[in-house]
Design a protein around this ligand. Structure first.
Ligand code: ATP
Ligand code: MG
Length: 463
């Protein structure tokens, strides 16, 4: 589409044009009405004075005859340069007055209004002026014309008409110009957004819409768009990371699995084959677990699980976890102690919180055994201001300060734990769940051992 056509199609320009049209029409109507009415008023005033004068002169004629009338007309013509007078006899010959002859318009009918042009001698030489006059035929057939020079008034009206025309013209030109200028401003910014969107679609994910800094509605839109793009970029980054991690970390167990099956086929020994199948089954289960954990993480990070959020009481959940995992701890000769905050409520997804606690307790059971090889685990809930703090503590070797942020990432397992089964996804899922609940996760030294704290707000922001 040509650039200037696009300009005319912007909503800004249409708005400006509509506003301008309405404005111009109303101004034109108001000024036109004032102009027309003023003209009418002035004309009526003029006619009234002329009519009064004609009546006065007719009175003179009746009382003093033609001679008296000639005298008065001569006197008045000499006095007032702005008035026109003419008195003729029945044949049309001039008897008195400052008009040279009867205007042709004044020969029709017995009396009436006429407008005509007549010659005047001014300082700038002879000129044609416009006059408006009343003519009557007197009793003896003599004719009388009385009028006023309206040349000045005509010129004034012309000037006013011209001014009106230019004023309207200028309004239109400025209005259209202003509209185009505003539309261009608007369009430039919208075009900038469009081109940003295009380059993002081409793969430049880090591009953002530029702000004008004025804080207007377009800027606010741009800020929202940029926030959305940030979020999308984060999610895309996460996806990319997950897929490369999956490719990397699942290849090893799958290769191992394949090698084992191949070896079993080649050996031909039924016992060996059975053992290989059993091991393969275990491997497949582990792979399935890993997949499920990855899916859960992806789901919580995409914020899909938000529908499950509801008010819930924390104490029963802690009790339930203790019942589930207490026996495992005792089996290993350890203990699982709970400290619940009775009556503490929060807005959360019960299923996901249970999953997070299960992952933490599972870690404590696996890695949290003391020097005697027995795990002593404490699961606690406490209320602090607007937060509920869930913690799982053990008395194992703990995690060294530099590793604490790292273990929250996917597939990260510390060297000391390599001997234990696991895929390094447990804490990532916990971190994802905490994020979904707008909370924070903290790994602390339990001296000795590890305490993992989940600090969850009791009320979530923004629905
Ligand atoms: N309580 C703990 N004490 C000491 N180290 C721990 C503890 N919990 C976790 N870790 C370390 O953090 C690493 C990451 O834990 P995470 O739960 O994410 O993975 P995992 O337990 O190895 O595997 P998964 O949970 O997926 O089965 C663990 O491999 C371990 O090295
Ligand atoms: Mg784990």
């Amino acid at each position: 589409m040509p650039a200037n056509l696009k300009l005319l199609q912007t909503s800004t320009f249409r708005l400006a044009a509509t506003y301008l049209a309405v404005f111009a029409v109303s101004v034109g109507l108001v000024l036109g009405y004032v102009y027309w009415n003023t003209g009418l008023l002035l004309e009526r005033q003029l006619e009234d004075t002329i009519e009064a004068e004609v009546q006065g002169l007719a009175e003179q004629y009746r009382t003093r005859g033609v001679g008296g009338l000639i005298e008065t007309v001569e006197r008045r013509s000499a006095q007032d340069s702005n008035s026109v007078y003419l008195l003729t006899n029945i044949r049309g010959a001039r008897l008195a007055g400052n008009l040279q002859g009867l205007p042709p318009e004044a020969t029709k009918g017995k009396s009436g209004w006429v407008e005509f042009s007549y010659a005047v001698v001014t300082v700038r030489g002879p000129q044609q002026h416009q006059a408006r006059a009343f003519h009557v035929t007197l009793a003896d057939g003599a004719r009388l014309v009385v009028g006023r020079d309206v040349e000045e008034r005509r010129k004034l009206a012309q000037i006013i008409r011209r001014t009106l025309f230019w004023a309207l013209g200028l309004t239109l030109v400025l209005g259209v110009g202003g509209g185009l200028w505003m539309s261009r401003n608007f369009l430039t910014r919208v075009d900038a957004m469009t081109s940003t969107a295009r380059s993002i679609m081409k793969g430049e994910l880090s591009r953002r819409v530029a702000l004008s800094g004025s804080g207007d509605e377009l800027d606010r839109l741009a800020v929202s768009l940029n926030d959305m793009l940030d979020q999308i970029e984060r999610l895309m980054g996460g996806m990319r990371e997950v897929s490369s991690n999956v490719a990397h970390d699942l290849r090893t167990p799958l290769t191992r699995l394949r090698a084992r099956l191949e070896g079993a086929i080649r050996s031909g020994n039924p016992d060996e084959q059975r053992e290989a199948l059993t091991e393969t089954l275990e491997d497949a289960d582990r792979l399935l677990q890993t997949f499920n954990a990855l899916l859960s993480i992806a789901r919580t990070e995409a914020g899909q699980a938000r529908e499950g959020l509801a008010p819930m009481e924390i104490a029963p959940l802690i009790e339930e976890m203790a019942e589930l995992y207490g026996p495992s701890a005792e089996e290993q000769g350890g203990t699982l102690t709970v400290q619940t905050a009775e009556g503490a409520h929060l807005h959360a997804d019960r299923q996901l919180l249970a999953q997070a606690l299960a992952n933490l307790i599972d870690n404590a059971l696996k890695y949290g055994a003391g020097p005697d090889g027995k795990p002593d685990i404490t699961v606690a809930a406490a209320v602090d201001n607007g937060h509920v703090i869930l913690s799982v503590s053990d008395h194992g070797p703990g995690i060294a300060e530099p590793d604490r942020a790292r273990v929250l990432e996917r597939f990260v397992r510390l060297d000391a734990s390599r001997s234990k089964p696991g895929s390094g996804l447990g804490l990532s899922l916990v971190a994802g769940i905490v994020k979904l609940h707008q909370g924070q996760i903290a790994l602390e030294d339990n001296a000795p051992g590890l305490t993992v704290k989940l600090i969850l707000p009791r009320q979530l922001q923004g629905g």
